[in-house]
Ligand binder design. Sequence first.
Ligand code: PGA
Length: 254
Amino acid sequence: MARRILIAGNWKMNKTATEAAILVNEIKREVCDIDNVDILICPPFTALSVASDVINESNISLGAQNFYFEESGAYTGEISASMLKDNGCSHVIIGHSERRVIFNESDTLINKKIKKAIEAGLTPILCIGEKLEEREANKTFDVITSQLEGDLKDIDVEAMKEIIIAYEPVWAIGTGKTATAEQAQEAHAFIRNLIKEKYNQEVANETIILYGGSMKSSNVEELISQPDVDGGLIGGASLDAESFTELVKKSNKE
Ligand code: PGA
């Protein structure tokens, strides 16, 4: 079975609920006829409810950017998986490099979040990727291997089938510097092979692996034309209706 293309917008800490309602309405109007691409938006927590109301019964799905793995309790400032589901989320981004770097999230914590997301029925989008100095030191594959080892610890085959992976080289995020199609393909093929080794060929074939890092309408076609690139996790270009919907439309191959 061929993997479907997924275009996911990661809004990061942008857009109030009021602004989100406007943006989601604009996106919905432009993409309502597209059925060959899965479309996901991940607004901040405070805009999830309003975004969920707007996308209601459309071809756009809703995801969050983070959560905490405990069910409830004394975790000031945190959000649970059931709160996300109650706000209409089907997906959640886990282990984004900004969470790893700025908020010190470890592979151990990320692993707990993945397990909890799956248990709660949320599709995790697990982000991995190397920093510039790691790429320059030829450590890209070591970093990817070690992140996946830690993040997927004790995750069985059935659970793995629920996980989406986003390869996001840190040096390409928000920098305007995109990985070349060859660099992306090389990393994605490497990741798919790791999944094959840890699980099996079938799971490896079915896993959606997104590229993230300055993806935009001008480079999306080349990137997704690569055999192992199944779509994108888009930051900057997802904040504007025109640039995001243009990107979605360019991914819509008949
Ligand atoms: P960018 O962000 O598209 O702005 O580079 C991607 C991401 O961080 O997911």
